[in-house]
Design a binder for this molecule. Structure first.
Ligand SMILES: [Zn+2]
Length: 203
């Protein structure tokens, strides 16, 4: 079955073959598809179908682990922030509600407000830590919308630097970046304002 998001290529759950396809697309000027593809493919080995319940959902399990194990940089009241295990860029963060809900319309007012505030804080912290020249923010909704874990809402915060599109999908597949995730987590967590979601105080 052909995926409209990945024309003529491999489906989102085709494993290594699909990842290779991403590498082949690395020179294509339209960055949007590639941006959301690597983590969608790779977040869970074996794919989306493994997230059948809160017990198998990595975003439900993460808060039960230590910050270091789960790559969490901040725990809020209704939502938390963690590093994407398969980042598009170094410092690629995900802001998740604690509740296992799939859709942006499922979150209540308090969750919505905190996810927005944490997204702003994440941008401020990343600017302080790694001085990106831009960001991509977004939520993929549903499998068709490209969500890697469609069952649990997550907001992407992806720092961007000029020219990163050409090589980062490649290094995202290497062990080197995986080994630095702990260091990136330390840096981001250390720079996170102690007031948590408070605006503008990350100095
Ligand atoms: Zn979940």
């Amino acid at each position: 079955m052909e995926d409209a998001d990945n024309p003529g290529g491999h489906g989102p759950y085709a494993g290594d073959a699909a990842v290779t396809d991403d590498l082949e697309l690395a020179g294509v000027p339209d960055a949007f598809q590639r941006l959301w593809t690597p983590h969608r493919l790779a977040y869970i080995k074996g794919g989306q179908e493994q997230v059948t319940s809160e017990q198998t959902c990595p975003f439900c399990r993460a808060p039960q682990q230590s910050d270091e194990e789960a790559l969490i940089v901040h725990r809020g009241t209704h939502a938390f922030v963690l590093l994407n295990l398969f980042p598009y860029n170094a410092g690629h963060l995900l802001v998740c509600p604690y509740r296992h809900v799939p859709d942006y319309t499922d979150i209540d007012e308090a969750e919505t407000a905190e996810i927005a505030a944490l997204t702003q804080t994440a941008m401020r912290v990343l600017r302080k830590v790694s001085n990106p020249s831009g960001f991509n923010l977004g939520m993929n909704q549903g499998v068709t919308g490209g969500a890697g874990i469609a069952a649990h809402l997550h907001q992407h915060v992806v720092p961007r630097w000029g020219g990163d599109g050409n090589f980062l999908p490649i290094i995202a597949q290497t062990k080197a970046i995986t080994q630095t995730l702990g260091e990136v987590r330390e840096q981001v967590a250390a720079a996170w304002p102690s007031s948590g979601t408070a605006a503008g105080s990350a100095s």
